[in-house]
Design a protein around this ligand. Structure first.
Ligand SMILES: *Cc1c(COP(=O)(O)O)cnc(C)c1O
Length: 357
């Protein structure tokens, strides 16, 4: 008789929104479609691809396009089937059963999930009140707990806050762990360490095409590290991890500098819209919620009755997320943001008992 092992017995699937909503502000995707030129190129690629052949295992053209876009050497770049896959490769490759890995909570839930599958020991470190990262506390805990891998997102999902790069440098220099710096949202901020990946022997930076670049469906993520570490990652991943069409379309899209920049500016304008609408509501309903000063494509709110807001909006066809104790609202199209703000205003005015933060 077959029995599931212990680690899989209690496992819960990731629960994204699957119901149909008229407005989706829950998954931090881009609201902007790919440029026409890329769509045409994708159609061309569809007719030219040899579907009977395996794709390029090193995704050379794609890595080169990424490298050119960010001005890093292609030898430092490894492509993944979304950065999610690279997180899995890092956990399975760099941790042995029982090894300690640390996260800085609240943070992206996939880190703990991968640690569980790897049978690694999770050391959750709390952020300071106000959700700032405390470098000294993180260093101290990592050293005390003999942490082998430290992973965190900067800017952080779900807090939306960015940690200044001097602080991140100090952290990397002072721990004896592999530091996985997940810069999924760094296109919306300016504290990247990409240009310095080569300067550290214990740093892997992750980037994704799912957020600023509007290619979540293609599953494209990248790891950037000094060539020796990048080589280890290339050897540890599964050989044909990025499919031929994603490689082709990704390379095309990453070469469209003007379109990428325009899309980024449109998303930043949407964030400004959403944040200023939220600030107005915060002023109208003092004490009900606080907007964190974020640098991402979503707004994060501290709001005690956040779960009730989520339900209220769901009944009105609007999906947002409540995670890590925060309400998280993705920047959408202008009309989507306005619809969300209007319904949030309705929620705040109908629940008349103010809750103090
Ligand atoms: C969305 C997200 C990812 C996942 O990106 P994919 O490339 O789509 O797998 C990774 N890290 C963080 C913090 C994210 O929010």
């Amino acid at each position: 008789m077959y029995q599931l092992n212990q680690k899989l017995q209690g496992i819960q699937p990731y629960t994204p929104v699957t119901e149909s909503y008229r407005i989706r502000l829950d998954a931090n995707e881009s609201f902007i479609p790919l440029p026409e030129g890329v769509i045409l190129g994708a159609q061309q690629a569809l007719s030219e691809t040899a579907f009977n052949r395996y794709p390029d295992p090193m995704a050379a053209e794609l890595c080169q396009a990424f490298a050119s876009h960010y001005g890093v050497p292609a030898g430092q770049v490894v492509a993944g089937n979304g950065s999610d896959e690279l997180i899995t490769v890092l956990f399975s490759g760099f941790l042995e059963k029982g090894d300690a890995f640390a996260t800085i909570e609240p943070d992206f839930s996939m880190y703990a999930f991968n640690g569980l599958l790897q049978e690694a020991r999770h050391v959750p470190i709390q952020k300071r009140p106000g959700f700032r990262l405390d470098v000294d506390a993180v260093v101290e805990t990592c050293q005390r707990e003999n942490v082998k891998l430290l992973i965190f997102s900067n800017p952080c999902n779900p807090t939306s806050l960015v940690c200044p790069r001097e602080e991140v440098r100090r952290l990397i220099q002072n721990v004896d762990a592999l530091v996985v710096l997940d810069e999924a949202y760094m296109d919306f901020s300016d504290q990247s360490l990409l240009a310095e990946a080569d300067a550290f022997d214990n740093l892997v930076i992750l980037r994704t095409c799912s957020k600023a670049f509007g290619m979540a469906a293609l599953r494209l993520g990248f790891a950037v590290a000094r060539p020796q570490l990048a080589g280890v990652l290339r050897a540890a991943k599964s050989p044909y991890n990025v499919n031929a069409l994603s490689q082709k379309i990704g390379a095309l899209a990453l070469g469209q500098e003007l379109a990428l920049e325009t899309a980024l500016q449109d998303i930043l304008a949407s964030r400004w819209d959403l944040a200023s609408g939220l600030e107005k509501l915060a002023a109208l309903y003092p004490g009900r919620f606080t907007l964190l000063p974020g640098e991402t494509n979503f707004c994060a709110l501290q709001m005690p009755d956040g779960p009730a807001l989520l339900d209220f909006l769901a009944q009105r066809g609007i999906a947002i997320r409540y995670t890590g104790g925060l309400v998280r609202v993705t920047c959408g199209k202008y009309g989507e943001n306005q619809a969300f703000l209007q319904e949030m205003g309705a929620f705040l005015s109908q629940t008349d008992i103010p809750i103090t933060l």
